[in-house]
Design a protein. Structure first.
Length: 186
């Protein structure tokens, strides 16, 4: 890979964070869907325990990714992007970070209001925040959490469509900026 290609491609660390978090988010969405459709209450509780633990792990990974991003340069957006595409790309990325941090924190806050700790896959528990119990507030925040999750999935679809458009339609190597292989045209 040439230095010019490296300047247009994300670092290996950024790639690892990106793909691990992306897979974790998709898996966590599917876990939440399974929990919503579980017939038995015991099954629902067990499934959502995994959703909560993975959500907290996503929060930690996101904080690691932000630390990486602040210490490693990111490639500039291609200069030939149409202005609305560049604005949309930046806006979606900002919203991604807001959701990657806000959804787990909101879930932890709602669980705390419900008086529940978060079991981290049986290894340890994260205690509730010291906020006192309020079932109605917890229910409302869980509703916002679910809505935020749905918005996140739609934005992920938009992100994937944009990457595919820039890779295969525009022939600008969009997806290869976040992969260690493939051609990223100059």
């Amino acid at each position: 890979m040439t230095d010019t290609a490296n300047a247009r491609r994300y670092s290996i660390g950024a790639m690892i964070f990106h793909w691990v978090i992306a897979i974790a988010v998709i898996v966590n969405w599917r876990i939440a869907e399974a929990g919503e459709h579980a017939a038995a209450v015991e099954d629902k509780i067990a499934i959502f325990a995994n959703h909560k633990a993975l959500g907290f792990l996503i929060l930690l990974l996101t904080l690691g990714r932000l630390a990486w991003r602040w210490t490693h340069p990111v490639p500039a957006l291609p200069s030939d992007l149409v202005k609305w595409e560049a604005t949309l790309a930046r806006t979606v990325h900002i919203i991604f970070y807001v959701l990657l941090i806000g959804l787990p924190l909101g879930g932890w806050f709602a669980n705390s209001l419900a008086g529940r700790e978060i079991d981290m896959f049986g290894f340890f528990t994260i205690p509730p925040l010291p906020v006192g119990e309020n079932a109605e507030a917890a229910k409302a925040i869980f509703g916002f959490h679910a809505t935020g999750g749905s918005i996140f999935i739609y934005l992920i679809a938009l992100h994937i469509l944009g990457a595919l458009k820039h890779t295969f339609f525009d022939k600008k190597g969009g997806i290869f900026r976040m992969l260690p292989f493939g051609k990223v045209p100059g």
